[in-house]
Ligand binder design. Structure first.
Ligand SMILES: [Mg+2]
Length: 249
């Protein structure tokens, strides 16, 4: 069994271009600026579902997964019982209201350079495969980037649905991308692109390359550098520089 698994992976290596890179993008603060729509949708769904007024909303969200944020909400608002069961109910309510909150947020936008970068990467799809790597539940992630018609760029990814740790999300992103693209990615050819030190740490834990971008507001370029990012940009607006960093210009 082990031999057949290894040989099938080798066969994939032998029949596909092994120099294909995998670029794993975070969403919040990296691709998108939703100007608080996520936390407002979170609070709205939570309050409606659990009949809580003026929920304690000072729950940090940067770099955390949806289940962890929910667990924090659950505890800070004094709810009792099984939070996992409550979370399953919450997901349905949250996904229902999230698009409305994004649509009602005039400042919701893509970060500078993102459309141009994705367009150029699409043109290089023979050498650069794309995936998501986000703490969002997948349904939430799809609603967020769907608002900007970006789902077509990201057929696959790793999500926060069942993970508390960033490294688990990144591992899923690589595995799911390998299954989707029918290839094996060399870790040294995989990049994690994110705005928090947690993205950087999660990527490094798996031996992946990391690109930090300081557009999320929670971490400066210096902090992203200090966390060990291979490359750091203030934003993604210099398309040529970013493509050069990835080695796909
Ligand atoms: Mg982020």
């Amino acid at each position: 069994m082990l031999f057949s698994l290894c040989s099938s992976r080798f066969y994939a290596y032998a029949t596909w271009q092994i120099l294909v890179k995998l670029l794993i993008f975070d969403i919040d603060g990296t691709l998108t600026h939703l100007d608080g729509a996520t936390s407002r949708a979170f609070a709205s769904a939570f309050e409606r579902l659990f009949h809580v007024e003026n929920s304690c909303t000072r729950v940090p969200m940067h770099g955390r997964t949806d289940p962890v944020i929910f667990m924090d909400y659950f505890e800070r608002n004094g709810l009792q019982g099984n939070w996992q069961e409550a979370y399953a109910q919450f997901c349905v309510a949250y996904i229902e209201v999230l698009p409305q909150f994004i649509a009602a947020t005039p400042m919701a936008r893509l970060h500078s350079g993102v459309p141009e970068l994705l367009h150029e990467l699409e043109r290089r799809r023979e050498s650069a495969a794309l995936a998501l790597g986000t703490g969002n539940m997948e349904a939430g992630a799809r609603k967020k980037i769907g608002h900007f018609d970006l789902n077509r760029y990201f057929p696959v990814g790793g999500f926060g649905d069942s993970h508390h740790e960033r490294s688990g999300i990144m591992r899923d992103a690589v595995r799911n991308a390998e299954a989707y693209y029918q290839t094996v990615f060399d870790p040294s050819e995989c990049w994690v692109i994110g705005d928090t030190i947690y993205d950087i740490e999660g990527g490094k834990a798996l031996g992946l390359k990391t690109l930090g971008v300081a557009t999320g507001g929670a971490f400066s370029a210096e902090q992203l550098h200090a966390s060990g990012a291979d490359v750091v940009f203030e934003d993604l607006s210099d398309t040529v520089a970013v493509l050069t960093a990835f080695g796909v210009l």
